[in-house]
Design a protein. Structure first.
Ligand code: PXP
Length: 246
C-alpha cells in the first residue's frame, strides 16, 4: 500500500500569518521543508491541492515541490480551464480531479463524473497527453466508477469522508459501498485509491476494502506532526498501513 502525503495544511498554517507574503524568506512553516520531511518519513508521493481561491497552496509551492523533491507529485485540482493551464505547465506525475466549492472547508463529496462525461473526458485526455496520470475523486458509487472508466481515467480515488465520520451500522454500510466500488473499479482495470478522513483508528475497517493500492492522507498526519514532528508522523502512518493485504 502506497502512502500519498497531503501537505496542504502546512500551507494553511503559513497563510494564517503570511497570506500577503507567502514567498518571504521568513514565512513559515515552509512547504518545501514539509515535503522533505515527508520524503524522509517514507512518503511515496506528495499531494497538494492548489485551490481556485489559493487559500493554502500557492502556484509557487507546487512548482518548488515539483523542482526540488524527488518524489512523484500528485496535484489535486478542480476541473476548470484555469487549473488545466497550471497543470499543463507544472506537469505533475498525477492529477486527481476533485469537486471544488468555495464555501467548503475541505473537499466534501466526490466529483459527479457520470453527470459531466463529455467535459471531463476532454480534460482527462488533455492531462494524460501532457504526461500526468489522472485519477477521479469520486464517492464510492458504482455508477461513478463506471463513468470514470468510460471517460478514460486510469485511476479512481474513493472518497472515504462518510466512512470516516460514521460508526456502527452506518460505518458498516459505508464499508460495503467501498467494497462494491473498489471491486467494480478493479474489474474495469482501474487503479483504486482512497482518501479523506483516514486515521490510524479507522484503518482496521478500511482494511476490509479490497484492491486499494494507495491512500492519500493529510489532516491526521499534520495534526500528529504538531506533537511528534512530520517525519515521525509519516513514518508512523506508513507502518500502520503496511499490514494491508487483499
Ligand atoms: N484526497 C483528496 C482528493 C482530498 O481532497 C483530501 C483532502 O484534501 C484528501 C485525500 C486527504 O484528506 P484528509 O486531509 O482528511 O486526510
Amino acid at each position: 500500500m502506497l502512502l500519498g502525503v497531503n501537505i496542504d495544511h502546512v500551507a494553511t498554517l503559513r497563510q494564517a500569518r503570511y497570506a500577503t507574503m507567502p514567498d518571504a524568506p521568513h514565512a513559515e512553516p515552509r512547504v518545501l521543508e514539509a515535503a522533505r520531511a515527508a520524503l524522509e518519513g517514507g512518503a511515496d508521493s506528495i499531494t497538494l491541492h492548489v485551490r481556485e481561491d489559493r487559500r493554502h497552496m500557492q502556484d509557487a509551492d507546487a512548482f518548488a515541490v515539483r523542482r526540488e523533491i524527488p518524489l512523484p507529485l500528485n496535484l489535486e485540482m478542480g476541473a476548470t480551464q484555469a487549473m488545466l493551464d497550471v497543470a499543463l505547465k507544472l506537469k505533475p506525475d498525477y492529477v486527481c480531479l476533485v469537486p471544488e466549492r468555495r464555501q467548503e472547508i475541505t473537499t466534501e463529496g466526490g466529483l459527479d463524473v457520470a453527470g459531466h462525461r463529455d467535459s471531463l473526458r476532454e480534460l482527462v485526455a488533455a492531462l494524460q497527453a501532457n504526461g500526468s496520470r489522472v485519477s477521479m475523486f469520486i464517492d464510492p458509487d458504482v455508477c461513478q466508477v463506471e463513468a470514470s472508466a468510460a471517460i478514460g481515467a486510469p485511476m479512481i480515488e474513493l472518497h472515504t469522508g462518510r466512512f470516516a465520520n460514521t460508526l456502527g451500522a452506518e460505518r458498516n454500510a459505508e464499508v460495503e459501498r467501498l467494497i462494491a466500488a473498489a471491486t467494480r473499479g478493479h474489474e474495469l482495470g482501474l487503479e483504486v485509491h482512497a482518501g479523506h478522513g483516514i486515521q490510524i483508528p479507522n484503518l482496521a475497517d478500511l482494511n476490509r476494502v479490497p484492491y486499494l493500492s494507495e491512500l492519500n492522507i493529510g489532516h491526521t498526519i499534520i495534526a500528529r506532526a504538531v506533537f511528534i514532528g512530520l517525519t515521525a508522523a509519516v513514518r508512523e502512518m506508513k507502518a500502520a498501513i503496511s499490514s494491508y493485504r487483499w
